[in-house]
Design a protein around this ligand. Sequence first.
Ligand code: NDP
Length: 246
Amino acid sequence: MIELTGRTAIVTGASRGIGRGIALMLASRGAHVVAAARGENARAVVDEIAGAGGSAEAEALEVTEAGAAETLVARTVERHGRIDILVNNAGIARDQLMLRMKREDWDAVIATNLTGAFALTQAVLKPMIRQRGGRIICISSVVGQSGNAGQANYAASKAGLVGFAKAVALEVASRGITVNVVAPGMIETDMTRAITENAREEWASKIPLRRLGTPADIAAAVCFLASDDAAYITGQVLAVNGGMYT
Ligand code: NDP
């Protein structure tokens, strides 16, 4: 089993869905998790981790707010001396066909999904360079690889994360820092719960592995990329999508 004892991990968007699943699994493998979400939203997952015997703390983070990433990283370094793992997971969708898409919906999705990851990544690089190592994992989407009608803003943000991660991976490889991407398919969370039961069944029937994914499916890939076993992997995209896009 993957062992992450002694590592400090920041997970953005840790309050629900995939981020919550990642926080729970990182903690179950021994990492101390800094669970970040807006306001007090990450409190419940931290209680859940503590209840299971793990170690975590909740942090308020609005990824679109100037200076918020630097503050979170500074507080984490002050408390724990280091940051070993960053998971850029916080994300939103504001779906609309291109002809009707409002500029504000474009801006909100890019600001949260792409610029949010930029801010957190830039903030953790200094401590990671100082400690000569670190793991940065960005949560993209199958939609960033395949495109999807009604999601031009979301697809652009998720494809953007891939180019971003590949570029940063090349910049920091000599410092012992790896930067990778996990691209989930259709995962059971609030983001996908909005679709009807019929639509869900139709989706599932199109997925070669015949089911929607779970947050734990994504968390397992993240734990692997954060582990010593993945030390020689950088600048890569790991698709976790049940075969829905190959
Ligand atoms: P959810 O909607 O269930 O959760 C989104 C998380 O992001 C919440 O924790 C939320 O925190 C946080 N968040 C959103 N906006 C901000 C913000 N401005 N600042 C800080 N935190 C914010 O989403 P999922 O779990 O489904 O998705 C997680 C990631 O996985 C996203 O990047 C998404 O694009 C990606 N993904 C999801 C797929 C799916 O099928 N579900 C498929 C492929 C990719 P808060 O509690 O504060 O709202």
